[in-house]
Design a protein around this ligand. Structure first.
Ligand SMILES: [Zn+2]
Length: 284
């Protein structure tokens, strides 16, 4: 299939009370793990690209995800994750992404609205979905060596106004998760999520899905989360697989096909577990 707009997947998920799993993909193995397992489990899926990967290799990653979408019969969206700027969103729209996230969540409300509106004005007429963030999902303690950043939870009182002011298609909310690897399990603020969901006219997105206990994720999906973002768990699976290869296969020919066998298997396990958790199997 051709890439689909993310909006269509999320609206269907919201109505059906499941979530669409969204995985950041950094290379061929990530893309294969996501597409092959989504096909096997008949799940809609979102491939996302983080800004550093977009800056380094956007055309390559677009081609990989487009090719993967063409190989499977389940719907695949291609989404730019956490763009800090209008320019990167514009570049992604022009390169063929079917969805972009503009992240103005560290800005004051009015500036977040202005930046988001600018992206909506460019992306919407081109059939591309727009996700924005209100409140700020911070960083877990271990995140690329950076310090702790607690973030600021989304205020339900701002949600209806923000969605109306910006006309976004999907909203990332801060309800207690963080990006990266947790050192202590997060505790989601489900009453806050319920209050947000009650007033939001658009599907909600949970960032910092990696490492969040399954029971809490299920609770969040039951209360309005329609997209679950995963990156760190795939990275850990990749590294664990590489370590295992290096520890046990040192005499094997050092061909990438062999080197990536175990990482691919472990990443597929992550994708399988998340599709199961999201309840999106069979929803394609
Ligand atoms: Zn995120």
């Amino acid at each position: 299939m051709a890439l689909v707009p993310m909006k269509d997947l999320l609206e269907k998920a919201r109505a059906g009370k499941y979530a669409v799993p969204a995985f950041d993909v950094s290379n061929l193995e990530f893309v294969r793990a996501v597409a092959e397992v989504a096909e096997e489990m008949r799940s809609p899926v979102i491939c996302m690209v983080v800004p550093p990967d977009a800056e380094a290799a956007m055309p390559y990653l677009v081609s990989l995800v487009r090719t993967a979408a063409g190989q499977v019969s389940v719907p695949v969206a291609l989404h730019l994750d956490h763009s800090p700027s209008f320019e990167l969103c514009q570049q992604a729209v022009d390169a063929g992404f079917s969805s972009v996230m503009i992240d103005g969540s560290s800005l004051p409300y009015a500036e977040n609205v202005a930046l988001t509106k600018k992206v909506v004005a460019y992306a919407r007429p081109r059939g591309v979905t727009i996700e924005a963030e209100l409140g700020h999902v911070g960083k877990a303690e271990v995140y690329a060596g950076e310090g702790e950043d607690e973030g600021h939870l989304t205020d339900p009182a701002d949600v209806d106004r923000f969605v109306a002011d910006t006309a976004v298609d999907a909203l990332a909310v801060a309800v207690g998760t963080a990006h990266g690897i947790y050192t202590a399990a997060p505790k989601l603020d489900i009453p806050r999520l319920q209050a947000i969901n009650a007033v939001s006219k658009v599907p909600l997105v949970l960032h910092g899905g990696s490492g969040t206990p399954d029971e809490q994720v299920k609770d969040a999906i039951a209360h309005g989360i329609a997209k679950l973002n995963i990156f760190s768990e795939l990275c850990v699976a990749l590294v664990d697989g590489l370590k295992e290869f290096l520890a046990t296969n040192e005499r094997r020919a050092p061909w990438p096909m062999y080197i990536y066998e175990k990482p691919l298997e472990l990443m597929k396990d992550v994708v399988r577990r998340k599709i199961e958790l999201c309840g999106s199997a069979g929803k394609a």
